[in-house]
Design a protein around this ligand. Structure first.
Ligand code: ADP
Ligand code: MG
Length: 253
């Protein structure tokens, strides 16, 4: 019940199969890393989980705490408690960070409840301070003209303000220098909790030095071909993806 469960998921785009009988279970309280070469379907998985409409789900299911989220609208999925931090965050001109997060928080209140603006800003500023984000960012349009690193910090800020049950982070490390990587990782580690699960998607092992996962999965050609503990990521770092790829090709030949 307390899991994010993906079963036999087959996803295609324009008739081309991308995810092939994909299976993954993330229990609450755990951090799972998903690694793999470019083009294997990692971002596709993340986007399908968030309800992206471009992809066709041919079969399978995505079950969040016992309930299927397939076919639901992105905002419904978000209300369900799944947060996706995008690899390429969208720019939304005219909507400030503060208003965006405030609207998202207000939408989660039960009827009759009101958002306390003073408390909200107190919390927002504390979390921005922790991510070393300048307070003037609150007034800026969401992601507009942000550097890669600023966009990623902003994603983590939203994630920490929305307190989701499951967090999916797609290559949050890309575009971050080492200092930003440490700050962002700290933010994520701070959110680790027994009632929250994480899927951390990354191409490089580097991020996993800071966010140490419970389990590492290696994806190749639309499916997970190997799972292990944090050591697996280190092995990949030295041996490269060709190693898993060769094993996979040999095994399926
Ligand atoms: P990864 O994140 O592992 O690098 P992606 O999920 O981005 O991989 O892509 C997997 C495959 O699906 C690639 O071959 C990519 O070209 C294709 N693909 C992903 N999104 C689209 C799209 N919107 N239109 C066409 N092809 C796509
Ligand atoms: Mg990707």
């Amino acid at each position: 019940m307390n899991t994010l469960k993906i079963t036999n998921l087959n996803v295609s785009i324009n008739g081309q199969a991308i995810l092939k009988d994909f299976n993954l279970t993330i229990p609450k309280g755990e951090v799972h890393a998903l690694m793999g070469p470019n083009g294997t379907g990692k971002s596709t998985l993340a986007k399908v989980m968030a309800g992206h409409e471009d992809y066709t789900v041919d079969s399978g299911d995505i079950i969040l705490d016992g309930e299927s989220i397939l076919g639901k609208e992105p905002d419904e999925i978000s209300h369900f408690g799944l947060f996706l931090a995008f690899q390429y965050p969208m720019e939304i001109p005219g909507v400030s960070i503060a208003n965006f997060i405030r609207a998202a928080r207000a939408a989660r209140l039960v009827e009759g409840e009101e958002l306390n603006a003073v408390e909200f800003y107190k919390e927002l500023y504390a979390k921005m301070d922790a991510l070393k984000m300048d307070r003037k960012f609150t007034a800026r349009s969401l992601n507009e003209g942000f550097s890669g690193g600023e966009k990623k910090r902003c994603e983590i800020l939203q994630m920490s303000m929305l307190e989701p049950k499951y967090c999916v982070m797609d290559e949050t490390d890309s575009g971050l220098d080492i200092d930003a990587l440490k700050i962002v990782s700290e933010g994520v580690n701070h959110m680790r909790a027994k009632d929250r699960g994480f899927l951390v998607i990354t191409h490089y092992q580097r991020l996993l030095d800071y966010i140490v996962p419970d389990t590492v999965h290696v994806m190749f050609d639309g499916r997970i071909v190997r799972s292990g503990d944090a050591e697996l990521a280190k092995e990949l770092e030295t041996k490269g993806y060709d190693w898993v790829q060769e094993e996979f090709v040999t095994a399926t030949a």
